[in-house]
Design a binder for this molecule. Structure first.
Ligand code: HEC
Length: 146
């Protein structure tokens, strides 16, 4: 009898552990989903309104924007330099790039079409980010860094 109980206990412990982890992971993914789907009120957590757009439109799933203190997924590049890079690589500004994107972003935006207002805010925010990077770099250069 005590032998069976021990076995029984072991099974229960593993079942409970499994349930606990499933609960934990679904809870954290739910939390993540809520964050990117814009159901949360980010004003409460102190995020400036312009930056909200990157959360609301799910850009943060794949992009960091360190210059704006936005920490996101690493699938896409950090967008801190996008204002400059997009011009350099694609020969167009952010607004035009988002209107008619190439590469991966073409697929992303196929299912998540941006309207004129969205593009305007994104372009303004990415310009802000770029200005911050520039400031940072020139400040660093003055100090004699690379
Ligand atoms: C599913 C992941 C994913 C999501 C979501 C996503 N991106 Fe991207 N994005 C990428 C990848 C990957 C690239 C690199 C594209 C390439 O080189 O083809 C990219 C490239 C870009 C670029 C060009 C950057 C550069 O320096 O060349 C911009 C701008 C951009 N994304 C903006 C956005 C915005 C704005 C959103 C939200 C509306 C967004 N992305 C959402 C994956 C994503």
């Amino acid at each position: 009898m005590p032998k069976i109980n021990k076995k029984f206990m072991k099974i229960w412990i593993s079942v409970l552990t499994a349930i606990f982890f499933i609960f934990l992971s679904s809870f954290s993914s739910l939390h993540y989903f809520m964050k990117i789907s814009g159901k949360n009120d980010f004003k409460k957590s102190g995020i400036e309104s312009g930056k909200l757009i990157f959360y609301n439109l799910g850009c943060v799933r794949c992009h960091n924007i360190r210059a704006l203190h936005i920490k996101g997924g690493g699938m896409g590049q950090d967008l801190s330099n996008a204002y400059y890079n997009v011009k350099k690589i694609y020969g167009e500004n952010i607004n035009d790039f988002l209107k008619n994107p190439s590469g991966m972003m073409r697929f992303v935006l196929m299912f998540n079409h941006l309207n004129k207002e969205d593009r305007k805010i994104i372009a303004a925010e990415l310009k802000k980010a770029q200005m911050k990077v520039k400031k940072y770099k020139s400040a660093k250069n003055k100090k004699g860094g690379a």
